[in-house]
Design a protein around this ligand. Structure first.
Ligand code: IPE
Ligand code: IPE
Ligand code: MG
Length: 245
């Protein structure tokens, strides 16, 4: 680790509890090299490992990775097929490695849109790693905040219409319990790579008070020191949550 960053970061004070990463710029990374877009996704694995290991070193207990959005289903069929093949082969390949590293894996998103094989991989991931304790890795797959909030609203409305719930009981914490992320703390820091400065329907409820960090680095080039730079920047932020400092 870069010694200056190490000195600043190892204090453990003001370290985020949950960071969420929009891993963007994979296609552009490949196109810049005259390669097929899928090559960018294949080169993303090094960045993913670095981000997880960096969080582990800093004692950040939760990391959420935006792997595939609900809107990404609208991409060309060929790209979707290549991505699905890659997911299936990678999920198989990395399960043991994740488990051996004591990583607990959770998933959020509309998983039923995936093929039976991929759903099976994901159930195995979650079940096999559920007692692991080094870090919780949340994979956002077929994830969109709006659909998540709509589904939560439907569940709650059903309970009200059946007379099991009164409208007065619906508050922030009750609503949260109906989201995919019910057992996961709110996001402290959102990182987006590739220079785009938007949330793209990612964790809108959970990031209500998150700090946002944007970098021009394309995701396949993102390394541990880039994560540490983001955390160092986060540590300098003054979070007020509507109060006075
Ligand atoms: C994000 O990378 C990952 C997925 C959507 C699967 P992109 O595919 O959006 O890469 P760019 O933004 O086109 O470079
Ligand atoms: C967001 O990136 C989704 C993921 C990183 C998985 P996109 O590339 O799909 O977002 P937009 O279309 O640029 O907003
Ligand atoms: Mg993109």
């Amino acid at each position: 680790m870069n010694t200056r960053l190490e000195k600043n970061l190892n204090k453990n004070d003001n370290i985020p509890r949950h960071i969420a990463i929009i891993m963007d710029g994979n296609g552009r990374w490949a196109e810049k090299r005259g390669k097929l877009r899928i090559c960018g996704y294949k080169n993303a694995i090094h960045s993913i490992k670095d981000a997880i290991n960096g969080c582990k070193e800093l004692g950040i207990p939760y990391i959420t990775l935006y792997v595939f959005s609900y809107e990404n289903w609208n991409r060309p069929k060929e790209e979707i097929n290549q991505l699905m093949n890659l997911f299936h082969s990678h999920f198989k390949k990395y399960l043991k490695e994740m488990d051996d590293s004591n990583i607990r894996i959770l998933t959020i998103g509309e998983l039923k849109k995936f093929s039976y094989n991929i759903q099976k991989d994901l159930v195995l991931f979650v079940n096999q790693t559920k007692h692991n304790t080094s870090i919780t890795l949340v994979l956002a797959l077929s994830y969109g905040s709006r659909i998540e909030i709509i589904e939560a609203t439907k569940k709650i409305a059903k309970q009200v219409s059946m007379g099991c719930l009164s409208i007065e009981e619906i508050d922030d914490s009750f609503f949260k319990k109906n989201l995919y992320t019910k057992d996961i703390p709110d996001v402290d820091l959102v990182i987006r790579t590739s220079g785009e400065q938007r949330l793209s329907n990612f964790l809108l409820w959970q990031s209500a008070y998150a700090e946002l960090y944007f970098t021009d680095i394309l995701w396949p080039d993102f390394r541990k020191q880039d994560l540490f730079a983001a955390i160092e920047n986060y540590k300098r932020r003054k979070r007020r949550f509507g109060k006075i400092a």
